[in-house]
Design a protein around this ligand. Structure first.
Ligand code: NAD
Length: 328
């Protein structure tokens, strides 16, 4: 079938060509899907989108009108798609639920280690032939308490890795799965216990109405002074302005972000010749104890290949009217 792939990036072209190209006639476009670009999908049967595409009810209505029948997102998260509207329009939607939880969990731990051991500051110093160690003191991960909020595919791999460091793991999930206890030593507890007792808090829950701004002024005040906060989940879980206030007061001692609530117009693009208009991220970037990556936690060779393969499988299922296990 004829497939249009929106918001294409260099890092994924070859994998998508390899897997989607087997059974489908594919067209890549740089443009993100939005109300202004939906028209590009005219003449196609399916649209493949990514996390920064806007798949609102209006956009879905336009896609349906011009003949799109299937929508596949090459991501695990699907908070950018109005699923209810898709259902009402009879558009079938699928995602890639588990392409590599290792990629994201390992990146979350990388953020922890780089922040803790001040690796970036040390590297910059060395470039200036400054071999002093002052200001570079970190802490042992061993024995520290790490709170994991959201213990699904990624959260549980994060727990396993941190168990290897000898951390004490506290977990919170709305559907706690005790089977993790067979793999490593963790305790499921309440959110408040996590806020009160954790040296490091790492977020792995989806973005929805329950989790939006769960990290806010009130909950930050319950945390240990100097806590390390890591978010590789979705930017909307964190109220960035409240976090900035907490960094300024020292309540948050380290912040590692792979996602940012206003990332859509920034991340994945080269803005090196632009004047940055976002004053919130600009302020975040001035802190020495903040580390930001631009939504790259998933970016491993294995994950990219798995995303392309599963996206192709989802399209194959839809085309042949088979049951699609990743249908949303
Ligand atoms: P998952 O569905 O496997 O796990 C999510 C877990 O969160 C589930 O166990 C669920 O029960 C739990 N949960 C739901 N609501 C909750 C709440 N209110 N409080 C606490 N727990 C709650 O998802 P996953 O694949 O592990 O992904 C986790 C997050 O990582 C998602 O937000 C996803 O969008 C994000 N993600 C980010 C990247 C990246 O590159 N940065 C890549 C993939 C996924």
């Amino acid at each position: 079938m004829k497939v249009i792939v929106f918001d294409i990036h260099g890092f994924e072209c070859d994998s998508l060509k390899k897997h989607l190209g087997k059974n489908h006639d594919i067209t890549f476009v740089d443009a993100k899907l939005s109300e202004h670009t939906a028209e590009l999908a005219k003449g196609f049967d399916a649209a493949v989108v990514f996390i920064h595409d806007t798949v609102s009810s209006a956009v879905l209505g336009s896609l349906k009108q011009i003949g799109i029948r299937f929508l596949v997102t090459r991501s695990a998260g699907f908070n950018h798609i109005d699923l209810e509207a898709a259902k009402q329009l009879g558009l079938r939607v699928a995602n890639v639920p588990k392409y590599s939880p290792y990629a994201v969990a390992e990146h979350a731990v990388a953020l922890m280690l780089v922040l803790n051991r001040k690796i970036i500051r040390a590297h910059h110093r060395l470039m200036d032939l400054n071999f002093s160690l002052n200001g570079l003191v970190g802490f042992d991960m061993h024995g520290k308490t790490v709170g994991i909020i959201g213990v699904g595919n990624i959260g549980r791999i994060t727990a396993r890795i941190l168990c290897g460091f000898g951390c004490k793991i506290l977990c919170y999930d709305i559907k706690p799965d005790d089977s993790l206890k067979k793999e490593c030593s963790v305790n499921f507890t309440t959110l408040d216990e996590i806020y009160h007792n954790s040296d490091i808090i790492t977020l792995h829950a989806p973005l929805n109405s329950q989790t939006r701004y769960m990290i806010n002024k009130e909950n930050i005040s319950k945390m240990k002074k100097g806590v390390m906060l890591i978010n590789t989940s979705r930017g909307g879980l964190v109220n960035t302005r409240d976090v900035i206030a907490a960094i300024k007061s020292g309540q948050i001692g380290y912040l590692g972000l792979d996602v940012y609530e206003e990332e859509n117009d920034l991340f994945f693009e080269d803005h090196s010749e632009d004047i940055l208009q976002d004053d919130v991220i600009a302020r975040l970037m001035t802190f020495p104890n903040v580390l930001i990556t631009s939504h790259q936690a998933f970016l491993t060779m294995e994950a990219i290949d798995n995303i392309a393969r599963t996206t192709a499988e989802n399209l194959d299922c839809f085309e042949t009217d088979k049951k699609c296990e990743n249908a949303l």
